[in-house]
Design a protein around this ligand. Structure first.
Ligand code: UTP
Length: 304
C-alpha cells in the first residue's frame, strides 16, 4: 500500500457532501426546494453539515448537487445587496449571521446529472479529490454539534489507514432502513473492524444491528471500486456495495473500520427526525431555549 503523507491520513482537507437526492420523503416541501435547505431552527440543515466539516479542519468542501439545488450555492455565496442593506441599517448582528455561511470553507460544486445513487454521487467527486483520502458527509444527516464524530473518524483513519465508516446501534426492527455491518472488536472500545456490509437488509438477514450513518472517511482507492460497482438495491449504485468490496479484500485499498457513535444524530430527510432535531436544538439555544422550553413543557403537560 502507498504510504505517502496524504495516504496515511495526515493533512486530510477535503469534504464531499452529496446533496443530489430527490428528497421524496419530504414532498411537497421538496418539490422546488432542496431538502437540505429546510430550516432547523433558523439555519438550513446543510449549514450545520458544512460547519461540522469546517470544525473538523476540512477547509475544502465539494457539494454534489443536481436540478433544483441552486439555493444551496446561493446560501454559501455572498449576498452583497442584503449585506449592504444591513450595513446601512447598522445591524451588525444580522450582518454576521448572513456572512457566516460564506466564510466557512472554500466551496465547490459539481452536478450529478441523473441521481443514480449515493455511490455514483461520490464517484462524481473523483476529479476534484484526486489521490487523497477524503471525508463524505451526507447533506441530510445532522450530527449534534455537541457530539463530535468526524474528528474521531479522521484519527481512526490515521491510526489504521484504509476507510472508516460511522456506525450506530439501532433497533433491529429499523435495520432495514440502513446499511448493516458485520464487525469485530479492536483494542479501541469505540472502533470495530468491518468484515462485511449489507445494504438495507431485513431483520433476519442483517449481520448485526450496527447501522451505517452518514459520515465516512474514505481512501481514494474507493473510486476504482465504484467504477466497477454495478447498480444494486433500487437500481442505484450503492456506496455500501463498494465499501463491502473493500471490506472483503483489504488488498484493494486497506481495511474498513467503523467508529461506533453513541451521540445524537438526526436524519433531516425524515419528517419525524426533522421535528426532533428542531425541538432539541431550539431547547439548547441560549436566545430561544428558555422561553421555548417553558412553552414546550406547558404544551406537553396540558395538551398531550
Ligand atoms: P437518500 O437515501 O436520503 O435519498 O439519500 P434522497 O433521494 O435524498 O431522499 P428520499 O429518500 O427520496 O426522501 C442519501 C444521501 O445521498 C444523496 C442524498 O442527497 C442524501 O444526502 N444522494 C442520493 C445523492 O447525492 N445522489 C443520489 O443519486 C442519491
Amino acid at each position: 500500500m502507498t504510504t505517502s503523507r496524504s495516504r496515511t491520513g495526515n493533512g486530510l482537507t477535503k469534504a464531499v457532501i452529496p446533496a443530489a437526492g430527490l428528497g421524496t420523503r419530504f414532498l411537497p416541501a421538496t418539490k422546488a426546494t432542496p431538502k437540505e435547505m429546510l430550516p432547523v431552527v433558523d439555519k438550513p440543515a446543510i449549514q450545520y453539515v458544512v460547519e461540522e466539516a469546517a470544525g473538523a479542519g476540512l477547509s475544502d468542501v465539494l457539494m454534489i448537487t443536481g436540478r433544483n439545488k441552486r439555493p444551496l450555492e446561493d446560501h454559501f455565496d455572498r449576498n452583497y445587496e442584503l449585506e449592504q442593506v444591513l450595513r446601512d441599517k447598522g445591524d451588525a448582528a444580522k450582518l454576521d449571521r448572513v456572512q457566516e455561511s460564506s466564510d466557512l470553507a472554500t466551496m465547490h460544486y459539481v452536478r450529478q446529472g441523473d441521481p443514480r445513487g449515493l455511490g455514483h454521487a461520490v464517484l462524481c467527486a473523483a476529479p476534484h479529490v484526486g489521490d487523497e483520502p477524503f471525508a463524505v458527509l451526507l447533506g441530510d444527516d445532522l450530527i449534534d454539534p455537541r457530539d463530535p464524530l468526524l474528528a474521531r473518524m479522521i484519527e481512526v483513519r490515521r491510526r489504521y489507514g484504509g476507510s472508516v465508516v460511522a456506525l450506530m446501534e439501532v433497533d433491529p426492527e429499523q435495520i432495514h432502513l440502513y446499511g448493516a455491518a458485520a464487525a469485530k472488536p479492536t483494542e479501541d472500545d469505540d472502533v470495530v473492524n468491518v468484515s462485511d456490509l449489507v445494504e438495507k437488509p431485513s431483520t433476519q438477514e442483517a449481520p448485526s444491528n450496527l447501522a451505517i450513518i452518514g459520515r465516512y472517511v474514505l481512501d481514494p482507492g474507493i473510486f476504482d471500486v465504484l467504477r466497477r460497482t454495478r447498480p444494486g438495491r433500487g437500481g442505484e449504485i450503492q456506496l455500501t456495495d463498494a465499501l463491502q468490496a473493500l471490506a472483503a479484500d483489504e488488498s484493494l485499498s486497506g481495511p474498513v473500520h467503523g467508529v461506533v457513535f453513541g451521540g445524537r444524530r438526526y436524519d433531516t430527510g425524515d419528517r419525524g427526525d426533522y421535528l426532533r432535531a428542531i425541538v432539541r436544538l431550539a431547547c439548547e439555544r441560549e436566545d430561544l431555549g428558555p422561553e421555548f422550553r417553558e412553552w414546550l413543557s406547558t404544551f406537553v403537560n396540558e395538551e398531550m
